[in-house]
Design a protein around this ligand. Structure first.
Ligand code: EPU
Length: 338
């Protein structure tokens, strides 16, 4: 690099799929005031970069990286209120609460990204999700410029969605307050988790054991980021599990796993993909760096040389095959920055 040449940061360096073009300006904000001051109209906010696919073309606006820190704890009878800044790494917060002997987010171990992203898509796994533990979310409303405390009832939580997700660009999460139980025993609510712990669904287990079991299950699915394993260079589930009507669900083969959902039946996207002819490890082109994970069909991985357009072309092909085979439209789960 010649002296005086500005360092150019790319989305590929800031996201777990390691794709995405150069960014005109990156601002790292370590306090709420810095976050708020940095938010120009063209700014895009980036947390851990584990749920973002950015285009290969240059991004001409500003990227604000959230680097705020701080965890505060307040006892509340047999509960505890844990307030964490948006920039705290989520998985460290899980480890901390489990070490303290508190239950509520023990099954959300091994999820990449920062605390601030977790309410936006109502992060969930293995029978727990954020809607079950959030007391309130502190957020900047870009529409009014005010910082507001949004109580859980007003967050509009649903499967992988919330008010914050439904109004893209409006809300910037600054902090999250969780209400956890001061008990070191939790409940295995997901059958695969219960089986792994050799207990029944709904039975209890120490939170440390739940956390460890979830980490093992996630690792086996390539869903824990590992610098040395390209099969984990992904954005987690690339599609949400489709929620369809009872009638539409009845047309899908009975072997497809299904779960009751608020507005119908939730089908397993991984199963639909696998049975549309897209196997683990599938690539559109043998030369492409974009592949279906060798460990789980819901994850699209960058084996090294993929560009955003390769991942998105693969995603399109998967959607088309699932549509052709089952008449179901899969929705992309990560945020796409064009
Ligand atoms: N399956 C396949 N092929 C595969 C993997 C799974 O056919 O390669 C089928 C199996 O029949 C399996 C079923 O899909 O029983 C469900 O698989 P899994 O238990 O792994 O759950 P999932 O529905 O694919 C969801 C979340 C995950 C979360 C797990 C565990 C979504 C979109 N994904 O996956 O969340 O970790 O449940 O609770 O809801 C994420 O959102 O990024 C994520 C990783």
């Amino acid at each position: 690099r010649a002296a005086g040449t500005p360092v150019v940061t790319t989305f590929a360096e800031l996201t777990t799929t390691r794709v995405g073009g150069p960014i005109a300006e990156v601002v790292t904000a370590s306090t709420d005031d810095e976050v708020i001051a940095a938010l120009t109209a063209d700014a895009v906010v980036l947390g851990g970069g584990s749920n973002v696919i950015a285009a290969d073309t240059p991004f001409t606006g500003r990227v604000v990286r959230i680097a705020t820190t701080g965890i505060e704890v307040q006892r509340d009878g047999d509960r505890v209120l844990v307030e964490a800044a948006a920039g705290e790494p989520w998985d460290d917060l899980v480890a901390f609460t489990v070490e303290q002997g508190w239950s509520g987010i023990d099954a959300l171990a091994g999820i990449p990204g920062l605390v601030g992203a977790t309410p936006i898509q109502n992060v969930g796994a293995y029978g727990q999700d954020m809607s079950q533990v959030i007391a309130s979310v502190r957020a900047l409303d870009r529409a009014s410029g005010a910082v507001v405390d949004v109580p859980a009832v007003d967050c509009g939580f649903g499967y992988r969605t919330s008010t914050f997700k439904r109004e893209p660009g409006r809300w910037i999460v600054l902090g999250v307050t969780l209400r956890l139980s001061r008990t070191d025993v939790g409940e295995a609510r997901y059958s695969e988790l219960a089986r792994h712990l050799e207990i029944g669904v709904g039975d209890s287990a120490p939170v440390g054991a739940i956390r460890n079991a979830v980490l093992e299950l996630r690792r086996a699915k390539g869903m824990v980021l590992d610098e040395t394993d390209r099969d984990t260079w992904s954005a987690g589930s690339f599609f949400t599990n489709p929620v369809v009507s009872e009638d539409d669900a009845a047309i899908v083969p009975g072997a497809c796993p299904r779960y009751p959902a608020d507005t119908g039946v939730k089908l397993s996207a991984a199963w639909l993909i696998e049975h549309s002819g897209v196997a683990k490890g599938f690539r559109l082109d043998p030369a492409s760096g974009a592949a279906i994970s060798g460990k789980h069909t819901l994850a699209l991985v960058n084996t090294g040389s993929a560009r955003a357009r390769d991942l998105l072309a693969l995603a399109d092909a998967v959607r088309e095959r699932v549509h052709t085979a089952f008449g179901i439209d899969l929705q992309i789960e990560p945020t796409v920055v064009a």
